[in-house]
Design a protein around this ligand. Structure first.
Ligand code: SAM
Ligand code: SF4
Length: 334
């Protein structure tokens, strides 16, 4: 395997190892915590990175020490032929894992192809087990479809995790149901604190259910959770139950931000590099590709941009600057 001689380090000493690629800002759902319900102005199709451009960029990132890629969106599976992109990305030297985050609506028919192309793990988002609530939270009557995608994925030889955004008054009464589901299906649920990346601008601290609050609820119903030895760079803090092998995780971005261990950078569907999920500042990599800049020039540019990576949400919290809509999750991709 090619061992990169260069690193993507920033001024806080963090080294990027993971790249999240948003392949589209479009989506077939309208989640209440993510997508603006009206007046969504989509990226112009002519500004969207072609698959060969994404692959070229991924190759450059791999030469800079990136080892893991996550494909996201919008909804990645609304883009045609994602399978061929996965196939190209999985042949890049130095890339050791390719995963995807999806809402699961279109997964059933595509899963086998994605796996064959080299996808090795998948996160499927699910926020409720109630049909009426599913429609309220996502705008779509799709619970049965997503459930059958999850069941299919679990039955295949691929790592599956469930992403669950918990919002006070919306679905926090279902935490125990999710734990039971996780145990039954044998796949970890990751409970995510609601972040101010909402196109709907409804975020408020009152809607955030903290990791501590969720753990208290789970401890009361299922016995004390024990923390697992976490990979510090993994935003999910993992726990196991006293009995059985089941694990669950939390992404406590708001109440226990993990910026000091962040090893991620992101590119949007129109080729903008974002070094932090919560900052609007971005760098136009597509423009460099379109101008025919050399890989060496693009590599140097990326290194400079990453060196400027801001401290993160930890600073936004410290300076009391949290507010709704800090960024649009559906363009950056989580
Ligand atoms: N459409 C795909 C999906 O929903 O899984 C992939 C893109 S989505 C932006 C990636 C993840 O971000 C999903 O698990 C979603 O639940 C999560 N997410 C979206 N908006 C969020 C927010 N405001 N706070 C926390 N998580 C959010
Ligand atoms: Fe679409 Fe995913 Fe955002 Fe929901 S969270 S609106 S499925 S991009």
């Amino acid at each position: 395997m090619l061992k990169s001689t260069m690193e993507l380090s920033d001024s806080f000493g963090r080294i990027a190892k993971k790249l999240r690629i948003s392949v589209t800002d479009r989506c077939n759902m309208r989640c209440v915590y993510c997508m603006p319900h009206n007046n969504t102005s989509w990226l112009n199709q002519k500004n969207i990175l072609a698959f060969d451009q994404i692959t070229s960029l991924a190759r450059i990132f791999a030469s800079l020490g990136i080892e893991k890629i996550k494909i996201t969106g919008g909804e990645p599976l609304v883009r045609d032929n994602i399978r061929s992109l996965i196939s190209s990305l999985s042949s890049i030297e130095g890339i050791i894992s390719i995963s995807m985050t999806t809402n699961g609506l279109l997964l059933k028919d595509k899963l086998t192809g994605l796996k064959e192309a080299g996808l090795d793990s998948i996160n499927i988002s699910l926020d409720t087990f109630d049909h009426r609530r599913f429609k309220l939270m996502s705008g779509i009557d799709g619970l049965d479809t997503v459930m059958s995608s999850i069941k299919l994925a679990v039955s295949q030889n691929i790592r599956v995790k469930i992403n669950t955004v918990i919002m006070r008054g919306w679905n926090d009464d279902e935490i125990s149901e999710f734990v039971k589901f996780s145990k039954k299906m044998g796949c970890p649920v990751k409970f995510i604190e609601f972040m101010p990346l909402d196109g709907t601008r409804i975020w408020s601290e009152n809607l955030v259910v903290s990791e501590d609050e969720m753990i208290k609820k789970i401890n009361n119903n299922f016995g004390k959770l024990s923390p697992l030895d976490n990979d510090k760079a993994d935003p999910a803090r993992l726990y196991r139950f006293n009995e059985g092998n089941a694990t669950i995780g939390f992404i406590p971005t708001i109440t226990k931000p993990f910026c000091q261990d962040c090893d991620r950078v992101r590119i949007t569907a129109d080729g903008k590099l974002h070094t932090c999920l919560f900052e609007k500042e971005n760098y136009d990599l597509k423009a460099l590709l379109d101008q025919g800049k050399s890989n060496e020039d693009i590599r140097e540019y990326i290194r400079k941009c990453v060196m400027e990576k801001p401290e993160g949400i930890i600073k936004i919290i410290r300076t009391h600057s949290l507010k709704p809509g800090l960024n649009n999750m559906h363009t950056i991709g989580g």
